[in-house]
Design a protein around this ligand. Structure first.
Ligand SMILES: [Zn+2]
Length: 417
């Protein structure tokens, strides 16, 4: 690919450099943008007008009190929250959740549907129906939808859109992006770009893209659910690895003699700290043996399991969560040693247990830090809660749009304007 010879790509790089700069410094004038990006004033003028016309940027009303002298004061620009929409879909075992967000991550609407995980083509048609239902809503009809992001619980080759391996849904070497495009082809979303990515990776993008100020890196997003995985943002990019398997931390071996994991190996971290393992340690062995979606697993537990006060008073429950939490702490220690993250964000269905699980996890991480005389990374809970992966999938659209080089590598160079 010749970058210097590709004027359209160069133009998109420049346009999106302006969007990113306005996000970091809302209220920037055109002169400020020329100064901070190094583009000429006339280029900034031309491109910012395009971005205003297309709904990315908006001019703020001038404050008359700051107008001074005879010259026209500079017009501040900010991201436009009202004209664009981004769709994010979180595909799990037996169910999919879709959201539409605006440019700054506000959830405009959400919708869920059961899906037939045993038949991927049929599941993709169900996901397409979910997306099309969102697009028919009045709120989205008055906006321009830029693209569709999809998070799946498995390794994804983002150059081809092929889902390499998702042991918890039982999908392997599945051309997911092509199946979704086929399912969407004849409907209102037929012309929209589709980005498929691992669910922990999109969770990380949700925490990274929908923020007012730059996030300290590396950022690790740890999904705790039926599956356990990490999304890693480093140097402004996702770290996906050679085949899309980077961050599949749930399948690092915690104890080679441990129980069998969904992936076929023995003693994976997920076999100790996955939601199925937590449910088994609360209800007894064999109670979560069959593959179940995370919501069904959560529903199988007594209400007391979701109330940290009641867990604290129940010795058996407390022991089960202390054990699982210690494993989560061990997992965070391993992530810390591998990536030295500034922040670890915890997300996924197991976060519904709240402090019963998270407090022993933090304690364990702190213990490792004290032993080494080092300060462990900051640990936070996902901002978008149970919608973290769906909102993150919408953030993936923005991520790939504002990084056109990455997008070109993904083979999706559709013009948005
Ligand atoms: Zn495994």
């Amino acid at each position: 690919m010749s970058i210097t010879g590709d004027h359209r790509l160069l133009k998109r790089l420049n346009r999106m450099a302006l969007v990113r700069q306005v996000r970091q410094a809302p209220g920037s004038s055109r002169a400020d943008l020329a100064h901070s990006t190094g583009l000429t004033k006339s280029t900034v003028s031309l491109l910012s007008q395009e971005l205003i016309d297309e709904g990315w940027l908006v001019e703020l009303d001038l404050d008359p009190t700051i107008a001074r002298g005879s010259g026209r004061p500079p017009t501040p620009l900010t991201l436009d929250e009202h004209r664009l929409a981004f769709i994010g879909v979180d595909i799990g075992l037996g169910a999919a959740t879709a959201v539409a967000t605006n440019l700054v991550g506000m959830v405009l609407m959400e919708n869920s549907t059961p899906i037939d995980s045993a038949d991927p083509a049929s599941a993709c048609r169900q996901v397409a129906g979910l997306i099309e239902a969102l697009l028919r809503e009045p709120e989205l009809r008055k906006r321009t939808t830029i693209g569709i992001g999809v998070g799946v619980p498995g390794a994804v080759d983002d150059r081809t859109g092929v889902l390499r391996f998702a042991p918890n849904i039982g999908w392997k070497e599945l051309p997911l992006r092509d199946l979704l495009r086929t399912a969407l082809a004849d409907g209102p979303a037929g012309s929209l770009p589709v980005y498929v990515q691992n669910d922990a990776d999109v969770g990380a993008l949700g925490e990274f893209e929908f923020v007012d100020r730059p996030v300290d890196e590396p950022l690790v997003f740890l999904v705790l659910g039926t599956g356990v995985g990490a999304g890693i943002v480093v140097n402004d990019r996702l770290l996906t690895g050679f085949g899309g398997f980077a961050g599949e931390i749930g399948h690092t071996i915690l104890d080679a003699r441990g129980p069998r994991c969904s992936c076929g190996r023995n003693g994976c971290t997920e076999a100790f700290v996955g939601l199925g393992a937590i449910v088994e340690s609360v209800l007894g062995p064999g109670k979560a043996r069959h593959a179940q979606d995370s919501q069904a697993l959560l529903r199988s537990l007594p209400a007391a399991a979701f109330d940290p006060m009641r867990v604290a008073q129940d010795a058996a429950l407390k022991a089960a969560f202390d054990r699982a939490g210690a494993y989560v702490g061990q997992l965070m220690q391993n992530l810390w040693a591998a990536f030295d993250p500034a922040t670890i964000v915890l997300g996924g269905p197991s976060c519904e247990f709240g402090e019963s699980l998270l407090a022993p996890a933090r304690t364990e991480l702190a213990r490792y830090g004290e032993a080494a005389g080092l300060r462990p990374p900051v640990v936070k809970v996902a901002r978008f809660g149970r919608l973290a992966q769906a909102v993150g999938a919408a953030a993936a659209v923005i991520h790939y749009q504002v990084r056109p080089l990455t997008e070109s590598l993904l083979g999706q160079t559709a013009e948005t304007g």
